[in-house]
Design a protein around this ligand. Structure first.
Ligand code: F6R
Length: 645
């Protein structure tokens, strides 16, 4: 929710900030804005709508007064003043609106009254009403409806106070003022600020919201996530909770909110810059769907030791802790929750430990029974989802052990967990999750196997046999992807439908839920996923002549009963006029008479089948959305990283 970028160095900041915002636009695209410090002045520009609106307004300014190729950036006749394109320190923001509608006025940055301080913010300041009232009593007139604007005014007041008591001017003063302000804030925030009077410095602060530092040579970066600066540096610093960071061209200084020196955690980014580009695909989503074989292979890489043991990443849990676990809760949201639903089948089957899957947003409100022998598995691509983070903290307060599955190094959820298994999916830019889902499934399978192994339920050779099946998945995925043309054709045919229903049984049920979620969020169509057996208890009434029903069929080789039952369900919906789209295992001829459209996927063990059966549903949703003329990568009302509850 909201993307934030800051830069200080020797190069023009505007282009670097805009490029960073482009990479962060998936986090929110209601408005965008920049503030650049230029020769003791602050230049800002902000616009409602996508980043392209702001870029249009800025025109050639991003190239500064002298472009590298020597061409004039400005129309002839304009005075050679230091423009917004020339400043070498600046901040930028792309917004997902919380307080105040998505207008120019509410776009960030927000300024102090004298226009010399600019602030951008991700999160929600919960005590903003009290702060606004206080500032208004002091004569401040607010020009926006946001909670952020109060920070600009508070920062101005703090700087004035510090100067009045003789504190020397300079970057340290900006950091000291920020510390004063954040001590007064409640809620979740990442803040960045610049002051026209303190050139060459950007200050940041974070609480419950992401902020990473990019370490360059003679230049430094701040951003909501590393994709904003990977084309410039792969060396990053993860900030801890409640820290203030000051970047200048030559230095990075981190303190806590009270000024005590603090340390971040250095890490190296192993994604390359091209991973965050479209690479010839029309949409990031299509590229990310195509990357799934590699993402699955990368997530499996190096997980099995020579002794046949599964390796997690950061483990602050002992095997004894895992042996003591008598109950597992999986907490997650949206697509990640669906991966948890699949995991339940595998984990219970392999470990015999009861496993419940909970929507993270509901978890702590129902007072779940947790203690130190409960293992909580938190699944999050971004590692910043506030609902999941709050559920995780609740679990930790109750002394439960927490194991995170996460795609984002340097994010909050893995940092606050007792153990982590990173999915190596690479950056996922499209708002709709695809490769993150598949890699989360792989991570869940690995955790299930690891638990079974430490508890002595599975021997190394049994674990190795499943891992070897997993290693065959990338090739099978390539096969699925190579045969997607009929799905694209089907998508064009279904683009005009009013609704699409999805049914599945066993692990096919979460796949049905995921297929429906993808279609809702991308195509803005009514779509529902059902456990196939539930249809006759109500939802079958939705079926009308021609209603498309996508049926996820389990392997006939695995559990025959399951297979036969869903074949009966397919017949039931077809008898009521449904157009049946059947996803089945190749060689399954029993479904042929009941399938209006039949999509085969390669054979794979029943528990692992979601790794393959999900893919046609992703392609279907993406292509229906494109056929309906929607923005596939940035669906309306959504944002990639949901950092509010
Ligand atoms: C849907 C989607 C969302 C996320 C959910 C959790 O395509 O992407 O439902 O899965 O918001 O996000 P993370 O995994 O970042 O916690």
């Amino acid at each position: 929710m909201c993307g934030i970028v800051g830069y200080v160095g020797a190069r023009p900041a505007l282009g670097i900030v805009l490029d960073g915002l482009r990479r962060l636009e998936y986090r929110g695209y209601d408005s965008a804005g920049v503030a650049i410090v230029c020769d003791d002045e602050l230049r800002t520009e902000k616009r409602a709508g996508k980043l392209s609106n702001l870029e249009k307004t800025l025109g050639d300014e991003r190239f500064g007064s002298a472009r590298a190729d020597g061409a004039a950036a400005r129309p002839l006749g304009r005075p050679p003043m230091v423009g917004i394109g020339d400043g070498t320190a600046g901040i930028g923001h792309t917004r997902w609106a919380t307080h105040g509608g998505p207008t120019d006025r509410n776009a960030h940055p927000h300024l102090s009254r004298d226009g010399r301080i600019a602030v951008i913010h991700n999160g929600i300041i919960e005590n903003f009403a009290k702060l606004v009232a206080e500032l208004e009593a002091d004569g401040v007139e607010f020009v926006s409806d946001t909670d952020t604007e109060c920070v600009a005014h508070l920062l101005a007041a703090a700087l004035t106070d510090l100067r009045a008591v003789g504190e020397p001017d300079g970057p340290q003063l900006l950091a000291a003022a920020m510390r004063r302000v954040v001590q007064r804030l409640e809620g979740a925030f990442t803040l960045l600020a610049v002051d026209a009077g303190i050139p060459g410095a950007v200050v940041g602060a974070r609480r419950n919201s992401p902020l990473v530092v990019g370490r360059g040579v003679g230049e430094h970066y701040l951003a909501s996530d590393v994709s904003a600066f990977i084309e410039h540096t792969r060396d990053a610093v993860e900030l801890g909770q409640d820290q203030v960071v000051l970047i200048t061209a030559g230095d990075i200084e981190i303190t806590d909110f009270f000024g005590a020196p603090a340390l971040g955690r250095d890490f190296h980014i192993d994604w390359d810059a091209s991973a965050a580009e479209k690479g010839g695909y029309d949409y990031f989503m299509l590229k990310e769907i195509a990357e799934q074989p590699q993402a699955v292979a990368d997530t499996l890489l190096g997980r099995l030791t020579e002794a046949g043991e599964i390796m997690l990443d950061e483990v602050r849990l002992t095997d004894q802790d895992l042996r003591d676990a008598d109950k597992i809760f999986i907490i997650a949201c949206g697509t990640a929750y669906h991966s948890g639903l699949v995991a339940k089948y595998a984990i219970e089957h392999w470990t015999r430990i009861p496993c419940e899957v909970e929507l993270a947003s509901e978890f702590r409100y129902r007072d779940p029974v947790l203690d130190r022998s409960t293992l909580v598995v938190a699944i999050s691509q971004s590692g910043e989802t506030m609902d999941t983070l709050m559920a995780l903290r609740h679990a930790k307060e109750q002394k439960a052990r927490v194991l995170a599955i996460c795609n984002t190094n340097g994010s909050t959820i893995p940092r606050e967990s007792d153990a982590v298994l990173y999915t190596h999916g690479g950056p996922e830019i499209a708002v709709a999750s695809t490769k993150a889902f598949l890699t989360q499934l792989v991570a869940c399978y690995l955790i299930g196997l690891h638990l079974a192994q430490v508890r002595g339920i599975k021997y190394a050779d049994e674990v190795a046999a499943v891992v070897s099946q997993l290693h065959q998945v990338p090739d099978r995925l390539r096969q699925v992807l190579a045969e997607m043309e009929p799905v694209r054709q089907l998508a064009r045919e279904l683009a005009g439908a009013n609704q699409v229903l999805f049914i599945g049984r066993h692990v096919g049920y979460p796949v049905a839920l995921e297929g429906a979620l993808k279609l809702k969020e991308l195509a803005y169509m009514h779509a529902e996923g059902f456990a196939a057996g539930e249809l006759k208890h109500g939802p079958i009434a939705l079926i009308d002549e021609g209603t498309p029903v996508v049926c996820v069929v389990p392997s006939p080789a695995g559990r025959g009963v399951l297979h036969d039952k869903i074949v009966s369900n397919i017949q039931e919906v077809r008898a009521r006029g449904a157009r049946t789209v059947v996803i089945a295992e190749e060689g399954d001829t029993a479904v042929v008479p009941y399938a209006d459209d039949l999509i085969y996927v390669p054979r794979t063990p029943t528990l692992l089948a979601p790794l393959l059966t999900t893919v046609p549903l992703q392609v279907l949703a993406c292509e229906i959305a494109a056929a309906r003329g929607h923005d596939v990568d940035q669906p309306r009302n959504l944002a990639k990283s949901v950092t509010v509850e």
